[in-house]
Each structure stands twice: as structure tokens, then as C-alpha cells.
Ligand binder design. Structure first.
Ligand SMILES: [Zn+2]
Ligand SMILES: [Zn+2]
Length: 331
């Protein structure tokens, strides 16, 4: 029986609203002609996050709000790099179930969906890096696709559970992954509450609930998102290649600076299981330093390290290939 058009629209709206709060409600892809087209209604929250940053023209700024934004950027970037990336995606070290959960919650607060979603897509990226199947290769599909557009299309909304089977056995992670909107909402409410508390009890701080929300949540999160995404986009285009990997990954000091070490992306694509991405003292890798502190505290253990001998051998191998083939992209 034909569905009447009004009912069809109603259903679509209801389904999308459900998908805003329940990541598992992402449909198995319906219309093949639309799976790589932007789903505007679905991504309204993402657009709203960007628009809300403009609220800064109404709420102004205060030291406490700006410092909160910076602090939340630092904590959540580290949660993405050390948790979502180096732990959930690559298992470069071990930790307890409790700390695994803490890493998942902190990573979740970055508003980059759940740990299983993030790790599944990232593992897929490593498997097919810069090949036609790569989900976000700037070499294959251009800068904007790799930086943001892929994320807005129905094909990539669902979690690739088949690629994260080591994680699907933890109900607490599955829950966080399914309702990945909960932790960010909680963070937003805490910021509003704290800002209002300051407004009433510490008026000299010059802030408010709304100002704390704009700086601490919206601006901090949007900057965090775009900084993280430069690794998918610019770090496959711009920088130097130390190792002859089968992709276009590069080492870039500026991207390493803003992503706390992830910019040594050619090192990382060559040794994805290594806990460390920056191999020399000048290759600043804050994430690794933090991991070493967590190891010293006994919170994590069994960090995967690559020996200097092995790195030197691999570098020599890349250089010898370069000698035989000067067209090779290694420098
Ligand atoms: Zn990559
Ligand atoms: Zn990776």
C-alpha cells in the first residue's frame, strides 16, 4: 500500500528525531542514491553547534569563560588522542575496565560520537588509507570531504560494529555509544549551572550560564572538532614523509602542536600500534607524555613501544627505496 505523503514526512521527522538521541536507530541504508549526500535534517545539531558560537557577540567574554573553554579543549583533546585513538582504535596500551570507562566518558564529552563509532571508522581508515575505499581521504575526494562532509552523510552515521568486536562485549561502552548525546548534554548543563552559580555568588567573575555554555561548550567543542579533523584532511596532504607507507600520511609539526602529538601522522601510519607518535625530542607528543605519567601512576600499563633500532632500520629501508626511485614521496 502507498504511504500518503504527509505520513511519510511525519515518519521521516520522527525517525530523524530518534536518531538524534539514539545512535543505534541509524537505519540500514535506505536509498542508495542518497547515502553519500548530506542529510541536512539529521545534521541540524552539528550545524547548530557552529551557529551557537556566534552567540559570543551577545554574551561577550570573561577570563573564567575563556579559561574554561581552553581547559575543556585540552582535557577533551587528550581524551580523544589517548582514549578514542590510541586506546580504543589501536589498543596501544592496557588499562582496567574502570579506567576504560573513564576514557570513554571523557572522549564522549568531545561530541565526536561514541567510542565504538569512532574506533570502527578509524580502523577502517587505516585498513584502506588513501585507497578508493577510504572513508575520508583528501587524496581521493578532496579536502572538504575528508575534513567534514563524509561525517554528514547517512553512509557513515552507523557504527561499524564488525570492526570493533573487542569492544562490543562491554555493555557500558555499548550504552555510551548508543546514547552518545548524554554525556555532552550533561556537560552543557553543568556549564550552565556553574555559570549561573558564579553569576549569583561571584558576580566579580563577570560571567553567566549562557556565557559559560557558549565558550565552554560550543566554541571549545567546535574548535576541538576542526582541530581533530585536520588529521584526516591536512595531515594526508601537508608535511614530510619519513617512512614509505602505502598512503599519503605526513608528519606536520603544526598539526602535532594543536592535536597534542597526532600530527606525526606518517610515523603513526607506519606504526599504528605504537603508543608514541613523536619519535624525537623535537617531535612534541603531549599525548605520549601524559600516557607515561598515567603508566607511572599505575592507571595504564603495557605500552607498545617501537625500538630505536627498528625505527632506524625502517628509515634506512625507506631511504634505499627513495634512492632507487627518486619519484618516491619519502623525504
Ligand atoms: Zn590517516
Ligand atoms: Zn590511527
Amino acid at each position: 500500500m502507498e504511504e500518503n505523503p504527509q505520513k511519510k514526512v511525519q515518519n521521516r521527522i520522527l525517525r530523524t528525531l530518534l536518531r538524534w538521541i539514539d545512535d543505534d536507530a541509524e537505519l540500514e541504508i535506505q536509498d542508495p542514491s542518497r547515502i553519500e549526500k548530506i542529510d541536512w535534517f539529521r545534521i541540524l545539531p552539528f550545524l547548530f553547534m557552529h551557529l551557537a558560537c556566534l552567540g559570543v557577540f551577545w554574551v561577550g567574554w570573561s577570563s573564567v569563560a575563556v579559561l574554561t573553554a581552553i581547559g575543556l579543549y585540552v582535557i577533551r583533546m587528550l581524551a580523544i588522542t589517548s582514549g578514542y585513538h590510541r586506546y580504543f582504535s589501536h589498543r596501544t596500551y592496557k588499562t582496567s575496565r574502570l579506567w576504560q570507562f573513564v576514557l570513554a566518558v571523557l572522549g564522549n564529552s568531545a561530541v565526536q560520537r561514541g567510542p565504538l563509532w569512532w574506533a570502527g571508522h578509524h580502523r577502517h581508515h587505516h585498513r584502506f588509507a588513501d585507497q578508493p575505499e577510504d572513508i575520508h581521504s583528501p587524496v581521493q575526494r578532496g579536502f572538504w570531504w575528508s575534513h567534514v562532509l563524509w561525517l554528514l552523510t547517512p553512509k557513515y552515521f552507523a557504527t561499524r560494529k564488525e570492526l570493533v568486536k573487542n569492544l562490543t562485549g562491554y555493555p557500558e561502552l555499548v550504552f555510551l555509544n548508543r546514547f552518545s548525546v548524554l554525556v555532552p548534554l550533561l556537560l552543557l548543563l553543568i556549564l550552565i549551572g556553574f555559570g549561573e552559580w558564579l553569576r549569583v555568588y561571584v558576580p566579580s567573575a563577570g560571567t553567566s550560564g549562557l556565557q559559560m555554555a557558549i565558550w565552554g561548550f560550543f566554541i571549545s567543542t567546535v574548535v576541538l572538532y576542526h582541530a581533530t579533523s585536520t588529521i584526516n584532511s591536512l595531515d594526508h596532504l601537508w608535511g614530510r614523509r619519513r617512512y614509505l607507507t602505502p598512503d599519503h600520511s605526513r608528519n606536520n609539526w603544526l598539526l602535532a602542536l594543536i592535536t597534542f602529538g597526532e600530527g606525526w601522522h606518517n610515523n603513526h601510519h607506519h606504526y599504528p600500534i605504537a603508543a608514541r607518535n613523536g619519535f624525537f625530542w623535537w617531535e612534541y607528543d603531549l599525548t605520549y607524555y601524559v600516557l607515561k605519567v598515567l603508566e607511572w601512576l599505575g592507571i595504564i600499563w603495557d605500552l607498545n613501544e617501537i625500538t630505536v633500532e627498528r625505527r632506524n632500520q625502517d628509515r634506512l629501508l625507506s631511504l634505499s627505496i627513495k634512492q632507487r626511485n627518486p619519484q618516491s614521496s619519502v623525504e
